[in-house]
Write a protein that binds this ligand. Structure first.
Ligand code: FMN
Length: 239
């Protein structure tokens, strides 16, 4: 029991650059795929396909895809930010604002204007030298039976994400989710580069590899169990 909890607690987002010359061994890739294979999914639909990209030319092509700034992202991202480590430790949810450009974390800013004035970034800014990307895609024409908005289908994809992430962690492989791949403009280009069929959509993409040591560390926070647990009735604490 303590082993699985330790693994769960040790899993983290690795945002440091990866060493492009340190590949992820194919047998490790196979283990991560095996973990995805055994994910629980609604109705056992196994509603995912996984594109593993380690071809240098293709990684370069992906890196050249432009990601235009999005007002919605900047605005909603702002709501999750803390402006100091102390604030984040107190709030116990969200992320640290310093991960984003200064203009994106100015209280009271006109985010439509901020978006207009922000430069597009490139996927390579997020991929940061990674030797391998795994892209989990799903068939957008299907849904889990009677699941409005296919919530159950998306939960299933999340189960695959966690299985893959924990396995990577157990193998000592760094992983970062890159939601930028799923934005509509970027997604279209990624699908074009990789020849992904039109009706398949990107659930999530992840970069895998081994960090070049930068000494980069960030504070990880979580609510306490009692903060989100209710006993029998909503609002009653579990003692
Ligand atoms: C659905 C989903 C999307 C995420 N997208 C990103 C992302 O685009 N970039 C990133 O650096 N982390 C992303 N993350 C990681 C979260 O920010 C991270 O899990 C959270 O801040 C907790 O940090 P930890 O993973 O180090 O425990 C995502 C996580 C999930 C589950």
């Amino acid at each position: 029991m303590s082993d699985i909890l330790t693994l769960i607690k040790d899993r983290r987002s690795v945002r440091a650059p990866f060493d492009p010359e340190h590949p992820v061994a194919m047998q490790d890739v196979q283990q991560i795929l095996e973990a995805a294979r055994w994910s629980p999914t609604a109705h056992n639909m196994q509603n995912f396909e996984i594109v593993v990209v380690d071809d240098k030319e293709l990684l370069k092509k992906l890196g050249e895809i432009k990601s235009p700034p999005s007002e919605v992202f900047i605005r909603e991202n702002f709501e999750q930010l803390s402006f100091s480590e102390e604030e984040l430790l107190k709030k116990k949810v969200g992320i640290l604002g310093t991960m984003f450009p200064a203009a994106w974390r100015t209280p009271g800013a006109d985010f439509a204007e901020v978006a207009r004035n922000s430069e597009s970034s490139f996927l390579k800014d997020t991929m940061k030298g990674c030797p391998l990307v795994m892209i989990v895609i799903y068939d957008a024409r299907k849904r889990a039976p009677a699941s409005e908005g296919d919530v159950l289908g998306f939960i299933s994809l999340g189960c695959a994400m966690e299985n893959m992430w924990l396995t990577a962690q157990s193998l000592g492989i760094g992983l970062q989710i890159m939601s930028v791949f799923s934005g509509s403009v970027v997604e279209k280009e990624v699908k074009r580069v990789l020849g992904i069929t039109e009706y398949m959509e990107i659930a999530f993409a992840s970069r895998l590899g081994y960090s070049v040591s930068t000494g980069f560390k960030y504070v990880r926070v979580r609510r306490d169990v009692e903060d989100f647990t209710h006993h029998n009735r909503f609002g009653t604490k579990l003692k």
